[in-house]
Each structure stands twice: as structure tokens, then as C-alpha cells.
Design a protein around this ligand. Structure first.
Ligand code: AVJ
Ligand code: FE
Length: 442
């Protein structure tokens, strides 16, 4: 219930911040009106918690089709017979009352044979669903024009050692456990745990910064097809891209709009609002490449001292404000090199929080994948059309962010809070064995 309540407070924060007209407006054809997300949150809870888990008739099964993400693309949602903001709020409150009642009556022990209820999975699933839509609404807020309506303190400044960090960290070759069979609220695409052999490689210690990305622009990166895949080059020309979304030229430098405020681009912050094609082109220009999804997860989870995979880069402890920039506590990424207490065993920082990180990998099922509880969460998206993002941005809830969580989007998308870091193969002379589990070091 605490996880559901935290999600609801955030939903209210995001939807109470604007007036009724703003809630009904479509701020971008890429996004739903905020009032659609709002009622969709209630409709999914009505379906999965009240009806499927609670075995009750539900409040408004008649609304299922209006808030079915597959029936109506985002651009067409303003034309639907949507609940008004007032009706939507009342609906969410009424559903939540029944949810509380269901939670009080069902058996959520891990031994419970109903997979929806065991370990309270369906409650965790709905808390994550609401938080994911809150993140989507946060992206809508970033796209909307007009004066600022959201406020949050700036993230802490970079620690003193940030400037001294090595540019890359080494991840020795060898197998590691990818995915999970034990994380109670993991979603279907994170299952099952399986061994993957990842050859040794080097990974950027921190995400690529605005300053580094601006050098790519200044070097003519957007004007030279040699850095781009054919699809990326076609897209960059057709869409007229010349900088990350929300950047504007300002003399020699750049400004950007952040939730309604215009500011100079901060050179030491991770770059955000770039598409996969831009991330891929930058990496090639830098003489490097994007990490694969398996490389990213090994860097984030594999503990060479024990041979096991952690829940988070820093260990198994739930994310706290000292570990990572998560949960919309701030409205921007923290400077590169922040969060030393959230570092992975390799020394890589900010793998969780700050910005989603594009990987080179297509979104694909793990061996043994089984859709649960519905095909439209993951299965219908598997294939070459979507690229995987890992880690989670400043607007991702700690209930969602974990070492195994997988996000995905089209390679042209820039409205999500996505950046990246780069990698390179290990040279033969740099090969060093992963120490045997338990052997210790030194
Ligand atoms: C996992 C972020 C790609 O928003 O499309 C929300 C999450 N799925 N409702 C999305 C989701 C169903 C999903 N992403
Ligand atoms: Fe949804």
C-alpha cells in the first residue's frame, strides 16, 4: 500500500500542477493528454487489482476500451470520450478504496499459488505502472510550453573526486547472471535469470556529458554521414536534427529549456534527450561504441568478489538519496561523477538514476521468457524495431529502477529522459581474468 500511495502522491503532484484546460490539451502528438494518463492509471488498477486479483465486478469495465493503449494511438486520444479531470480523480479514488479492501482480504504470501498475488506481485506491478505513467507525464510536462509549474531542489554538486575519475573502467571477461528469477516485483521481460558470457570490455565511468556532446556538434558531427548508420543519417537529415531536443543555439554556446525555464547548457551534466541514432553516432565519432545490454547489466550488477549479481550497482540495499538520482527528487540529472556511494564494483558511477542509457541491443526475450500477466506489456514489442535503455533517469521511481529493469523505445525517440555512455572492446594485451569467486583480491 505504501508503494501505491507514493505513486498516487506523485500522480497528484503532476496533475494538480496544471489547470483543467492544460490537463485536456495535447502538448505533443507524441504524448497523451495528461487526463488520459490519469484515468488510464485508474482503469488498469480497476482491471488488474479489483477484477483480476480481487475477483470483484470492478468499477468501470466499460472504460477499458477508452483507456486501452493498443486500441488508440497517443495522437488520437484527445478525440476519445475521456472522463473529465474531476471524473477521473473521483474514479481513481474509488478504485483505490477497493484496492485497499482487496489487499486486506487476499493472501499475498510468497507461497500463494496464484502468481498475481504471491509476494503481492500485482500490487507491485500496479505501483510500477502508475510510476511509469508518472514518468511519461513528466515528459509531457517537459514538452509543454508556458511558464514553469514544477519545482525541485538542484541535485547535490559533484563530489571532489569527480574530476579525478578514470575515463573508463574495465570489466573482465567471463560469465555472469543476467536477469532474475528471485526479484519479487520484476516484470516478465526481466525473467528468468540466465548465464551470459561477456568478453572483457571497457565502459565509460560516467555518462557522456553535455560538454562532450557539444564537442561532437562543434566538430560537425551532424554534418558528416561517416558517423551515422544509414538509417540514422536518413533520419537526421529528414528531421533536421542538429543538437539534442530542447537545445537552442546562443552565440557560441547553447541554452536549453528545462521544465519551462531557459538556462545555459551545463557542461558537466549527462546529456539528455538524444535519440539512439545520436548516441550511436557520437560513440562512433569518439572511436567507441554503445555497450550491449548484457555489458551494461554486467557492469551494473556483477560482483567479481562473490560471482553473484547484485540487485543494484551498490549492493542489495533499496535505493536511497545517497545512491542515485531517482524519484523526481530533482528535475535534472546530477553532474557526472556524482553518487560515489552508488558506484558499481567496477567503479562506474550513476548507472542507476540521472539518465536512461541507450544500449546497442534490440529488445528481445531472454531464453525461457513467458509473457505474464499480459502479452502487451513486453511480448508485442520484441524485435528489431525497439532499442533497449537501461538504468533509469531522475524521474524514475525507486520501485521501478533496479539492475534488471529493461526499458525500450524507437531509435528516433528523444522526449524520454535518455542519454548514454560508451564502451570499447578489450585489447588482447589488456585481457585479465575475472578472479575466481571468493578468491578475494590482492
Ligand atoms: C516500459 C516505458 C516502454 O510506457 O510504453 C505503461 C510502460 N506499459 N503502460 C510504456 C507501460 C504499459 C512502457 N515502457
Ligand atoms: Fe499503461
Amino acid at each position: 500500500m505504501a508503494a501505491l500511495e507514493a505513486a498516487r502522491r506523485r500522480t497528484e503532484l503532476l496533475t494538480d500542477a496544471v489547470d483543467e484546460a492544460d490537463l485536456l490539451a495535447q502538448h505533443s502528438p507524441l504524448m497523451s493528454p495528461l487526463v488520459w494518463d490519469l484515468a488510464h492509471i485508474g482503469s488498469q488498477e480497476d482491471l488488474w487489482l479489483v477484477r483480476e486479483a480481487g475477483g470483484r465486478p470492478g468499477l468501470r469495465p466499460d472504460l477499458d476500451h477508452v483507456y486501452d493503449a493498443f486500441r488508440t494511438p497517443r495522437a488520437d486520444r484527445p478525440a476519445l470520450p475521456l472522463l473529465s479531470p474531476e471524473q477521473a480523480r473521483a474514479y481513481l479514488a474509488a478504485v483505490r478504496e477497493q484496492t485497499a479492501d482487496v489487499l486486506a482480504t487476499v493472501d499475498t504470501s510468497p507461497e500463494q499459488p496464484d502468481r498475481l498475488l504471491a509476494g503481492a506481485f500485482v500490487f507491485g506491478m500496479l505501483a510500477q505502472h502508475e510510476q511509469q505513467h508518472d514518468e511519461t507525464m513528466l515528459a509531457t510536462h517537459q514538452l509543454r510550453s508556458g511558464p514553469p509549474v514544477l519545482d525541485a531542489p538542484a541535485p547535490p554538486p559533484a563530489p571532489a573526486d569527480a574530476a579525478l575519475l578514470p575515463s573508463e573502467v574495465h570489466i573482465p571477461g567471463g560469465p555472469f547472471t543476467m536477469g532474475t528469477s528471485t526479484e519479487p516485483w520484476a516484470l516478465d521481460n526481466e525473467l528468468p535469470a540466465h548465464q551470459v558470457d561477456v568478453p572483457g570490455f571497457w565502459l565509460d565511468t560516467v555518462p557522456v556529458t553535455n560538454g562532450a556532446y557539444a564537442e561532437f556538434i562543434a566538430a560537425g558531427g551532424y554534418d558528416d554521414p561517416v558517423w551515422w548508420t544509414p538509417e540514422g543519417w536518413a533520419h537526421v537529415r529528414e528531421a533536421g536534427l542538429e543538437a539534442p531536443l530542447f537545445w537552442e543555439r546562443d552565440g557560441e554556446g547553447w541554452t536549453r529549456r528545462v521544465f519551462g525555464r531557459t538556462e545555459p547548457v551545463a557542461a558537466d551534466e549527462p546529456v539528455v534527450h538524444v535519440c539512439w541514432y545520436e548516441a550511436d553516432a557520437y560513440a562512433r565519432w569518439a572511436g567507441r561504441r554503445l555497450p550491449t545490454e548484457a555489458e551494461w547489466e554486467k557492469a551494473a550488477r556483477h560482483d567479481p568478489a562473490t560471482g553473484r549479481s547484485r540487485r543494484y550497482p551498490w549492493g542489495d540495499a533499496e535505493p536511497g538519496p545517497e545512491h542515485a538520482n531517482l524519484g523526481q527528487r530533482h528535475l535534472r540529472p546530477a553532474p557526472a561523477g556524482s553518487y560515489p556511494q552508488g558506484a558499481a564494483p567496477s567503479g562506474a558511477r550513476q548507472l542507476l538514476g540521472d539518465v536512461w542509457e541507450w544500449t546497442s541491443s534490440d529488445f528481445a526475450p531472454y531464453p525461457g521468457f513467458a509473457a505474464f500477466p499480459y502479452k502487451e506489456y513486453s511480448e508485442v514489442f520484441f524485435g528489431p524495431d525497439y532499442k533497449v535503455l537501461r538504468g533509469g533517469a531522475f524521474g524514475v521511481s525507486p520501485v521501478v529502477a533496479r539492475g534488471t529493469f529493461r526499458n525500450w523505445d524507437y531509435p528516433i525517440r528523444r522526449q524520454i529522459f535518455a542519454g548514454f555512455r560508451t564502451a570499447r572492446d578489450e585489447e588482447p594485451a589488456e585481457r585479465q581474468a575475472d578472479p575466481a569467486p571468493g578468491a578475494g583480491r590482492g
